[in-house]
Write a protein that binds this ligand. Structure first.
Ligand code: FES
Length: 118
């Protein structure tokens, strides 16, 4: 029944507090929201982003991976994901098939509000 998916306890298409503003920086910040892993960080221009927290290849935690510019390079096999959550690089492969994006939109990249007024 809307707005809940079967088996869910909360609306998934909504805003949730994930961190305090001062917690979000260049370092990858791992959080669980609605039982989904999420990674939050600031791009080089200061914009905060949130992307899915598990690599779709072998589910390595992307929060334990490393930044390459504004992207995240998975710490297991090196697949790289842009700040929009889309796969941008696969080692040993010349093309990116576009099917390795972390579960967007259920737990993937989304807008991040950092100046909320209540
Ligand atoms: S688990 Fe991430 S690249 Fe293989």
């Amino acid at each position: 029944m809307y707005p809940f998916k079967p088996g869910s306890y909360a609306p998934r298409n909504g805003w949730y507090v994930a961190a305090f503003r001062e917690e979000i920086g260049e370092k990858l910040l791992s959080r669980w929201i609605l039982n989904q892993p999420v990674v939050i960080y600031r791009k080089g221009d200061g914009t905060a982003v949130a992307v899915a927290g598990r690599c779709p290849h072998r589910h390595f935690p992307l929060g334990e991976s490393r930044r390459v510019g504004d992207a995240i390079q998975c710490g297991y096999h090196g697949i790289t994901f842009g700040a929009d959550g889309r796969c941008t690089f696969i080692p040993s492969q010349a093309t990116v098939p576009g099917v390795l994006d972390p579960c967007i939109p259920a737990c993937g990249a989304g807008p991040v509000g950092v100046d909320l007024a209540w």
